[in-house]
Ligand binder design. Sequence first.
Ligand SMILES: [Zn+2]
Length: 275
Amino acid sequence: MKARGFGMPRFKNKYRMRSFVFPQLNKNPITEEAIKLPGLKEVKWRMSRPIPDGFVPKQARIVRKASGYFVMLSLQLDGLAPNPLPHGHPRGLDLGYDFFVATSDGEEIKRPRFLKTLQRKLKLLQRRLRNKQKSSHNRRKLNQKIARFHQRISDTRKDWHFKLAHHLCDDAGMIFVEDINFVSWARGILSKHSADAGFGQFVNILEWVCWKTDTYFAKVDKNGTCQTCPNCGVHTGKKELEIRIHNCPECGYTTTRDVAAAQEIRNRGIYALLA
Ligand SMILES: [Zn+2]
């Protein structure tokens, strides 16, 4: 589709991916051949996937990628979608920088090396941009290359998030995560790292995969999860970030800081269910 004219979303940087949301849609906004967006004429499109039975489009996000314009529809089940009930093995997750995720079962998962490698390559390309003359042909080519690279990184990351979410749901009946506002968190201390780590996207994907795999999903209060011993419940006081080991002065329980936090998150999730 072509985004031109009055009232159309504007995209700041013509090379980077930009998106724009239509939070509400008209009644029956789509057909096989075209989509009708509020305030706009019908736009021809190619539907890449059919809409599953029983779902209705609720929102449309127009995304410009390096390879063209895309419409991403948020679908909602017409009627109530049953949420999985708590059952089976409970698993708490702690998201962090050292390890992308630590589980209450003692697993610690780093973000994959291939993502780091891609990110390093991107940095190099961006540095090369500085030596290119403004509005030169070479600069434009390099910009397109960078845009495609951004796209590749985000696709790769998303793919990994899906695989990880499935892995974490495997043999668990309940998943508990911290209730973190990732936007403000990303602006805070961990800004440089968590911004590219995409925790917010991961939690959204995880919630969806839980729903798909009949795994109960809940968020718990994050306050002081690393100040409580998951084994005996004693308050162990504030730990500096450098301290990576949990060693309880009361009961002697020892594990890594992240696993202890994940276990405390699991405990809180279970308590919330019993309350
Ligand atoms: Zn203890």
